[in-house]
Design a protein around this ligand. Structure first.
Ligand code: PHE
Length: 454
């Protein structure tokens, strides 16, 4: 049964969904660490350069392609050349796998939302996380044990995103994004304002404003900035392409791409003021050196932060839940975007109704997520995360730069973008997509291989 072509019913819904897809775990727990390890204040220079030169440039390709073709990635590549279709399915597969592990991490977070009200992780959040959530164990039989609470929370997240994506675009993704994203921003403002009042906050936030100018001559710092932009804006995974394909005629593509990219970065920079202030408070009250506290990922969220909330006293029972709900909302709006890419591609290719497609994807996805959720699977999850960061996203970008920059007629994309936008693109943009971005990716890979072998 083929469906009638759907469109966003307002530009606001589209913008909230796009910003929601970008703002995710990476903004909350990845950015502060990347900023700190790469020169603090001076990191903002390579970061802003990467944002404009690479991030916005690339996201424009996805906007232009999605908007021009008004199809899913499979059909788009098929219509450029039949031979390219398998590449689209490779990207869809990667997006699906990202969804399975992303949902798993959001599921862990859901457990912490519940625990945080009473600080039920106890006096030692590190051992709690290792033995109750990850079920890390030395015994072989223990490795395969599945913790019911983890299963239930991973199921709950799959259920939520199934429930959102199975509905029509505007009822589901549109409405949910319009509620979750503004609420998320409000909660982050509360956390940041509160964190600035904590004793020791300045130990933390001054780090963001203390530049290490020498870092600017280090190539790795520039690559880290590029890597953060790629991850944070969810580039190379056809998300913007999918969402932009639902835009009505007469949309100002360039203007909205710039707004989305800018909002995503503003969110992570602002949020990091809160994270650093809280870590500064922790450093002051526990005498643990600041740099030992600035970890990232699950270590920061599920170990260091619970320790902080323990130290905070009664306020910890308010800020704790707020913090974990922020991660939950940020995670859900990114997970629905990932699920939408897979759903749209499959339902369009095989002409299967949206609801049915989403249901099948979610069942299979849940089964795969359970393998990531505990025991040995969580080690695989770590490896997959590294594969995603260092390879998959960049490969997606490279593939799209080659197909749309070299195989497809690039001038058509320029024409599409410039039609109704106030900001215009031209030759410089073309040069970035055809040459500069692929070169940056090659350098990143070479550097990655080099640092692994040395
Ligand atoms: N941008 C998302 C975040 O910041 C992560 C993501 C990356 C999602 C790549 C999809 C694809 O958490």
């Amino acid at each position: 049964m083929s469906e009638k072509r759907i469109e966003w019913n307002s530009n606001f819904a589209f913008m909230m969904a796009m910003i929601g897809s970008a703002v995710g775990l990476g903004n909350i727990w990845r950015f502060p660490n990347v900023l700190y390890s790469n020169g603090g204040g001076s990191f903002m220079i390579p970061y802003i350069v990467s944002l404009f030169l690479l991030g916005i440039s690339f996201v424009l390709v996805e906007y232009a392609v999605g908007f021009r073709f008004k199809k899913s990635i499979g059909r788009i590549l098929f219509s450029i050349s039949k031979k390219l279709e398998p590449i689209a399915w490779f990207i869809v597969l990667i997006v699906f796998l990202i969804t399975t592990y992303y949902v798993c991490v959001v599921g862990w977070d859901l457990i912490y939302v519940v625990l945080s009200f009473t600080k039920a992780w106890g006096a030692n959040p590190d051992t709690f996380f290792a033995s109750n959530v990850l079920q890390a164990t030395d015994s072989i039989s223990g490795i395969f044990q599945i913790v019911p609470i983890v299963l239930a929370s991973v199921f709950a997240i799959w259920f939520m995103i199934w429930f959102i994506v199975k509905r029509d675009l505007n009822d589901g993704i549109g409405n949910v994004s319009k509620i979750l994203l503004p609420t998320l921003c409000l909660m982050v403002v509360i956390i940041v304002v509160f964190s600035l009042t904590l004793p020791g906050a300045s130990i933390g936030y001054t780090q963001i404003f203390t530049p290490d100018w020498n870092a600017l001559t280090n190539l790795n710092v520039w690559l880290a900035a590029f890597g953060q932009i790629v991850f944070s804006l969810s580039l190379g995974m056809a998300i913007a392409m999918t969402y932009a394909s639902y835009l009505p005629e007469k949309s100002r593509l360039i203007d909205s791409a710039v707004t989305v990219a800018f909002s995503n970065s503003a969110f992570e920079v602002f949020n990091s003021i809160g994270i650093f202030s809280i870590l500064g408070f922790m450093a002051l009250s526990t005498k643990i050196p600041f740099d030992q506290l600035v970890t990232e990922g699950t270590g920061l969220a599920f170990v260091v932060f619970p320790q902080v909330f323990n130290t905070m006293g009664p306020m910890g029972s308010i800020i704790g839940p707020l913090f974990f709900i922020c991660i939950l909302f940020a995670g859900i709006t990114s997970a629905i975007a990932l699920l939408e890419v897979v759903t749209y591609a499959i339902s369009e290719k095989f002409n299967i109704e949206r609801k049915r497609t989403v249901t099948v994807i979610c069942i299979v996805g849940f089964l795969i997520s359970t393998m990531f959720a505990t025991g040995i699977g969580s080690t695989i999850l770590g490896a997959f995360d590294a594969f995603l960061n260092n390879f998959a996203l960049l490969l997606g970008i490279l593939i799209e730069c080659i197909i749309f920059g070299w195989i497809y007629d690039f001038n058509k994309l320029i024409e599409t973008l410039n039609k109704d936008s106030r900001i215009k693109v031209g030759k410089t943009w073309k040069a970035v997509i055809k040459y500069i971005l692929p070169i940056c990716i090659a350098v990143l890979w070479i550097q990655g291989v080099y640092s692994t072998i040395t």
